[in-house]
Design a protein around this ligand. Sequence first.
Ligand SMILES: [Fe+2]
Ligand SMILES: [Fe+2]
Length: 245
Amino acid sequence: MEPRIDEIADGIYRLSVRVDAIAPPAGFTFNHFLVLGDEPLLFHTGLRRMFPLLREALGRLMPVEKLRWITFGHYEADECGAMNEWLAVAPLAEVAHGQTGCMVSLNDMADRAPRVLRDGEVIDLGRGKRVRYIDTPHIPHGWDAGVLYEEASGTLMCGDLFTQVGDGPALTGSDIVGPAIAAEDMFRFSSLHPSMGATIRRLAEISPRTLALMHGPAFAGDGAAALRGLAANYDDRVRALLAAA
Ligand SMILES: [Fe+2]
Ligand SMILES: [Fe+2]
C-alpha cells in the first residue's frame, strides 16, 4: 500500500494508493490530490486508516503542518475520513466545502468550523493557483456532492465521476468513458437522477484539460468530450429506468 506520487498537472500531485482486495484481480485505486501554492490544498483526505501512509507521502512534497485547505467531493470515508487527523497536524488548515455539506455534516463532524463555499466561489491559493468550487448535488452520489476546478492548469478534480477499477498509469490519454461505464455496471455507485446528464454537461462547458479521477488514472486530453460521453451514458440509464417504471 505504498502511495505512488506523480505530478499530473503543473503543481498538482496525485498520491495514489492501490487496494488489491477491492474488485480483484484488477484492484482499485484511491487518489488524493495536492495543489501546491502559498496556501497548499488537499482534495480528498483519504480513509482514516490510510492517514499515516498519506501523511508520510504528503510530507515528501511539503511540510505537513503548512497544509492550508482540506477539501473533498462529499462526506464519505474515502473522501474525508481522515479530515480531523489532518486538522490535528496542520494548525492553519481549514476544511472547505459547499453549503449543503457544511450544514448536513461538517459543522458537527469537523473538529474546527469549516469554511463554507458558495457554488462557483474561488479560493486563490497563491503562486497562480486558483480553485473554483462547483456544486453537483447527488452527482454521482451524495446530496452534498461537489467538484473542484483548478483554473490555471485546467484541472477538474472530479471525485467519483469516471470511477474505474484497476491501477493503470498515473496519467492517460486513453478512453476513460468505457471503463467508467463498466465500473458503473459493476458497482452501481451512482444515484441515477434526472439532472445527471445536465449537471455533467455543465462541467463539460469548462473544457478541462485534465480530469483528476479519484478512482482511476488522471486523464489528459479533451475533458469536455469525455464528460459529454459520460453524461450521455447516464441519460440512457435514467431513460431506461423511467421507461421500465
Ligand atoms: Fe463517493
Ligand atoms: Fe470515492
